[in-house]
Design a protein around this ligand. Structure first.
Ligand SMILES: O=C(O)CCC(=O)C(=O)O
Ligand SMILES: [Fe+2]
Length: 249
């Protein structure tokens, strides 16, 4: 999977742009790096003072359920492998999620009835070219994903995780923490990673589960529409703030 992704990112930019995401779209190729290269060129060892853009190219794809795939964004050489990788991840996601619910003493059935419909897996293939002068730029700025669970396959080291666990902080009323993480580019070599995000139904309102609000642990977060939360997530990401801080009670 890493190798085949590396091949894709190794293609000429015109080729990759055939899969470009449309503005506001959540599937397709994007290139934050394109706005850096040219002005202050990290590749040539110049000082990059732009902290807004990431040293990153990415290909975002909804991979599950199959009928939500937008195949026009799927490079043909990736299709078979990404399909297999996705299908093999489902069981792991389910087991991990089950363990989380069990650890919280939450009734799996009740949870499934409320939030289990329209689950989605979204993939993001990341590419961080070699960056001779990485001091002023990050591969990805510090952020916490909005997925319930993320699985990251990394070809090379470079991911730095700030906090402990990686799961939905809001629904667990703060018991689980969404790990803040960032990616540091390497001056020696490029890096590829594949993130799979297990997302619950975007049409849901989410908030701390009733059974996790107690006198000892009062409600920490307000109820929010997940769709609204996700759309604000990206603006906050650019400014380095955390959207979760805006929904504290
Ligand atoms: O490249 C990585 O290791 C992490 C990627 C990541 O954090 C993301 O795509 O949200
Ligand atoms: Fe992330």
């Amino acid at each position: 999977m890493i190798e085949i992704s590396r091949q894709f990112f190794g293609l000429a930019m015109e080729e990759k742009k055939k899969y470009a995401a449309s503005p506001g779209g959540n599937n397709g190729f994007d290139c934050s790096i394109c706005s850096i290269v040219g002005s202050s060129n990290c590749r040539q060892g110049g000082v990059v003072s732009v902290s807004v853009s990431d040293w990153n190219e990415g290909l975002a794809l909804t991979v599950y359920p199959e009928d939500r795939r937008l195949l026009q964004f799927w490079p043909p050489q990736l299709r078979k492998m990404l399909h297999e990788y996705t299908m093999n991840s489902i069981n792991l996601f389910e087991v991990m999620f089950k363990m989380v619910l069990q650890s919280l003493n939450v009734d799996e059935k009740k949870f499934g009835e409320k939030y289990g419909k329209n689950k989605e897996i979204n993939a993001r293939l990341n590419f961080y070219p070699q960056c001779p002068n990485p001091d002023n730029v990050l591969g990805l700025k510090p952020h916490a994903d909005f997925s319930a669970i993320t699985i990251v396959l990394q070809g090379e080291a470079g991911l730095q995780v700030h906090k402990d666990v990686k799961v939905e902080q809001i629904m667990s009323n703060g018991i689980y923490k969404s790990a803040v993480h960032r990616v540091v580019p390497s001056p020696e070599k490029s890096r590829v990673s594949i993130a799979l995000f297990w997302d619950i139904d975007r049409n849901c309102e989410i908030g701390p589960l009733d059974e996790l609000i107690t006198p000892d642990r009062p409600q920490l977060y307000k109820m929010v529409s997940l769709k609204d939360y996700v759309s604000r997530f990206f603006n906050y990401y650019q400014s380095g703030q955390r959207v979760i801080d805006t929904i504290r009670t």
